[in-house]
Each structure stands twice: as structure tokens, then as C-alpha cells.
Design a protein around this ligand. Sequence first.
Ligand SMILES: *[C@@H]1O[C@H](CO)[C@@H](O)[C@H](O)[C@H]1NC(C)=O
Ligand SMILES: *[C@@H]1O[C@H](CO)[C@@H](O)[C@H](O)[C@H]1NC(C)=O
Ligand SMILES: *[C@@H]1O[C@H](CO)[C@@H](O)[C@H](O)[C@H]1NC(C)=O
Length: 431
Amino acid sequence: MTSRCVWYSLALISILLLLRTKNVDGIQLWGMQIGRAPLLEKFTWKTLDFAYPNQRSRELAVASGEYVPENSLPVGIEIWGNKLFVTVPRWRDGIPSTLNYIPLDVNHGGSPKLIPYPNWSQNRAGVCGSGLTTVYRIHADACDRLWVLDTGTIGIGETTVQACPYTLNVFDLRTDQIIRQYRLRSEDINQNTFIANIAVDLGRDSCDDAFAYMSDELGYGLIVYSWQQNTSWRITHSYFMPDPLAGDYNIGGLNFQWGEEGIFGMSLSPIQVDGYRTLFFHPLSSYREFAVSTRILRDQQLSQNSYHEFQVLPSRGPLSHCTASVMDENGLQFFNLIDQNAVGCWNSMLPYAPINQAIIARHDEAMIFPADIKVKRGLLWIISDRMPIFLLSTLNYTDVNFRILTTPVQAAIAGTVCDNMPLRFIGNQIW
Ligand SMILES: *[C@@H]1O[C@H](CO)[C@@H](O)[C@H](O)[C@H]1NC(C)=O
Ligand SMILES: *[C@@H]1O[C@H](CO)[C@@H](O)[C@H](O)[C@H]1NC(C)=O
Ligand SMILES: *[C@@H]1O[C@H](CO)[C@@H](O)[C@H](O)[C@H]1NC(C)=O
């Protein structure tokens, strides 16, 4: 048999094995509406619940309004060791904890309660410096560090109160201690700043060779933090702005306009021959992807005067608003297509063009508003949360609203244009 044949047989066997587990653990497998791999519904919630030390403290929290079950919406995920992290912004009252996790060794399905990370006291709102107020997307790096940007905000849109300054917190995941805390400088932000995403760029040499890139979605900037220099700077570029023609959305049966949402999703390529990665990024209200070398971003001087170093990639076409994206170590990019309740893929060995992109997962009930995506241990991890319905209408709390789904990467891309097994990322700029 050719290796491809072996691969398909293995994929088929694993799918059959997976199908056999259907209903065994109460785990739901969705037949994909588009895409070949099974979509495993790992965890689901109607409303989020938190792991209070006992029933009494939970009841007290509900009675005092400290915990309002209907007000929690999960937006970000990350996987490290046996922990599946889930973030919950404090957009409304009654969010007891913003950074949380689920122990994967003891939870195999169902609706587990979220455990505050690293503990309850570190998740108190408005306790600047020793409590996290609002956390969106987070990143665990290869050096066992968790990068957590606390926006310090309570509320959303008009209701936003800046309770604490924007602060980057880096945790040592092995000890659960904060090993770095850095307040963004006042020059890094502006009156419109809203940062809900972070990318982490690890160099080849050491764990000290690390940079964080934080996308300012409403203030239209990119903030760079250097771990080694313990300092930050802000980059501006017109490519960070939304496309005025791409602000109309139809999601989950709602029509709405998000005309102001600029740079949001970011993904980093593997390290290329010149020693640098490429940062791919896109405004939320846009159908385009842009790219820039980290050689530019990492150099404060260079980053201020390099307009032409930023590249424009071709449009993805209609219905391609994209929230989070991620690129794996082989240069495969995955991106959440919120208009289509779907996840797309692009193999960066091929030019960035719709013909070289495919949908690898789509489900019109289970994937309404995929809000974050990660690749870990050969699996794609997706969280869908019906965010526009939560923000603009009302969720139906007798229905499942939040899901964490997984699908095996290799089976998901099998047979698509993204499946380019013999080609490995070799670092040519060919997009
Ligand atoms: C909570 O975690 C932080 C960070 O690890 C630590 O400094 C603090 O002592 C912990 N608090 C409690 C009450 O455990
Ligand atoms: C990093 O800089 C901040 C000031 O912006 C300071 O409070 C902190 O102690 C510094 N950390 C390290 C490790 O140098
Ligand atoms: C809410 O969800 C439940 C469960 O899916 C469903 O039976 C019910 O019809 C829904 N209610 C509305 C008003 O859509």
C-alpha cells in the first residue's frame, strides 16, 4: 500500500472507532454537513457554571448577584497539559471569574464547571495587579508559559468601564505563579482601544527570545511586547482598519452591522529560512488577510517606518468574515468563518487564494459563531458561542449555547487542497 492508502485506512478506522463511542460517554458526534472528519462535541453548556467550593457558597453568590448564570459567555480557549482553559469576559454583572480551566483528565464530556485559574482571588475584578478583570484570547507557549492580557475592563461597548489598566500577565504553567506582569504604556493605547487577541512569537534560540503581539481592534494598532527588553511599542498601519464595505453580517438568523471592527485575528508561520516568522492578520470586518515579517515587528525602529513591508493577500471572497485563526507547525492555517458556521483551511505552501482554501468543518447548529480555535496534539479545538445572539438579542437558555468541539487535523484536511502531505513548510515566501 502507498502511504496515502495506509493513511486513509487509518483515518477510516479511527473514524469508525470514534463513531463507536457515540453515546457511550454521553458524547455527541455530529455528522459534518460539510467536511469529512467527524466533529466531536467535547463539552456543551446551556449556561456556564463555576466550581464553587460548596453548594452554600454558590447559593450565596447567586443571591448576592456575584454570579448570574445567564451573563457568562465563553470566548477563548487554550490547551496545556491536562488543562483546557476557558475565558469569560466581564461584559455584564455576575461573572465570578474570567480565567478558568477544565481538568481534561477527569472530564471527558458533559458540561463541566469552570475552575478559576490559578485561583479565585486572582480572578477578582478591579483589584489591579493582583486580580484579573477581563481576559479574552490567551496563548500557552512551548516554554510552558501562559500569556494573558487583562484588558482591565468591565462592560462592553457603551457600558465599558476601565477598572484597571491593560496589563499583560505571564504565568508559569508548571507552578501557576505569575512570572511577569507588564502594564501597557499610555502611548500603547488610545481612547478607542479594545484588545481581544494575542499572538506569541517564540524565537529559535531560547525562551527569552519571545514577543507578544496584541491586536487593537477598535483603536487600529498592533502592540508589540518584548520579553527580553521588558518594553512595548505600538505600530499603526492602514491595513489594521476595517473595510467599510465589509461591515454587514448575517449570523444565527440576525442581521447586524459591525462597521468598526479592525485588526483582530492573527496567526504566526513557522520560523522561516531568514530566522523570522510571518505574522498573518486580518481585520474582523474585512475579507482579506495581510502579512508582515516579524523581522519588522520585533525591531521598534524598523516597525515605525515600514509601510511597504506589509503585504496584502487576495480576498477570500464573500461570506468570509473571520474571527480567530491559527497556524500549525507545518504551515497549515485554520480560520473561523463566522458567516458560514464553519472552519476553513489554507496550506501556506500554496498561494493565498480562494482556490487554495477549503472548508474542513461546518455545522449550522453546533458552530454558530466559532469564536476561537487552537491546534493541539493533532486536534483542532474550536469554541462556538453564539456571541451575536448574546449581544444583540437573547440566548435561549433551555438550548445548548456554548460548545467546545474537536476534530483530528489530518482527517479534517484529508482530500482537500490543504492536504499536501509530501510538502512541508520550507520557508519560502510564495503567497
Ligand atoms: C492565587 O494565585 C496567585 C498567583 O499564583 C498567588 O500569588 C496567590 O497567593 C494565590 N492566592 C491564594 C489565596 O491561593
Ligand atoms: C518590567 O517593567 C515594568 C515597568 O514597566 C516593571 O514594573 C517590572 O518590574 C519589569 N519586570 C522585569 C522582569 O524587569
Ligand atoms: C429553546 O430551545 C429549546 C431546546 O432546543 C426548544 O425546544 C425551544 O423551542 C426553544 N425556544 C425558542 C423560543 O426558540
